[in-house]
Write a protein that binds this ligand. Structure first.
Ligand code: T5A
Length: 210
């Protein structure tokens, strides 16, 4: 029987370094002999990538609830058609954002409430949580400075500082409620320090028992 793989996710506000650290984690997991599927949200499937375009790059105005439901629809598809099959096949999965992003952005930022967002995801069949999540955390203004250097902002990135403060607060509250799953990492440190912290909590997961 195939041993199921592990499900990992990276979370945090804009510019905290999620993309920067994906390659590092991939290299570590593969060096330990596991196959890793790297994916992202919103997105991760053909339908999800189309929904990502609507969410981030379209000029449709949308209610907070509409945004949440599209995120949940994209995630439901992603979980059922990419994440769960890969895990069942013994592969590991690393997702650049997952459910916690909706708890933070739609639950906290948009003010829908974390419990309501969780409930909607249960209805959408999103019942699998990651085995390990790294929440890269740092003051809102530091991340904003990093992404502003990059140029054009997407629909959500143009929100104001108060919105991102609410997202950060919700992320930290979820991490406090689930300390076993979520490791909060100070993302204002150097890249090497951030990666050393990730490595420390990844190492025990990589130990083979077979
Ligand atoms: N969203 C998403 C929701 O509202 N609800 C949801 O459910 C989901 C899933 C998605 C957007 O959708 C929202 C949240 C977002 O607004 P995204 O594609 O995930 O967006 O993109 P962003 O979060 O915007 O990703 P970014 O590319 O902006 O940020 P990253 O990936 O965290 O940062 P990264 O790695 O690109 O780094 C940014 C810059 O900082 C430097 C890097 O070199 C780079 O230049 N950097 C550092 N510099 C100094 N020290 C460090 N430690 C550094 N780490 C990185």
């Amino acid at each position: 029987m195939t041993t199921p793989g592990k499900f990992l996710s990276l979370e945090g506000l804009e510019g905290v370094g999620k993309t920067t650290n994906l390659a590092f984690i991939k290299e570590r997991v593969e060096a330990a002999g596991y196959e890793l599927v790297v994916t992202r949200e919103p997105g991760g499937t053909e339908l999800g990538e189309a929904l990502r375009d609507v969410l981030l790059h379209s000029h449709h105005s949308m209610q907070a609830e509409t945004e949440m439901l599209i995120m949940a629809a994209s995630r439901s598809e992603h979980l059922a058609s990419v994440i769960l099959p890969a895990l069942a096949d013994g592969k590991w999965v690393l997702s650049d954002r997952y459910l916690d992003a909706s708890l933070a952005y739609q639950g906290g930022g948009r003010g829908i409430g974390v419990q309501t967002v969780r409930h909607v995801h249960q209805l959408a069949g999103v019942t699998r949580l990651p085995d390990k999540t790294w929440l890269l955390d740092m003051p809102v203004n530091v991340g904003r400075e990093r992404i502003q250097k990059r140029g054009k902002l997407d629909r959500i990135e143009t929100e104001n500082v108060a919105f991102f403060e609410r997202c950060r607060e919700a992320y930290l509250a979820v991490a406090t409620a689930e300390p076993e799953r979520i490791d909060v990492i100070d993302a204002s440190q150097s890249i090497a320090e951030v990666q050393a912290a990730i490595d420390k909590s990844l190492a025990p997961l990589l130990q083979r028992i077979d």
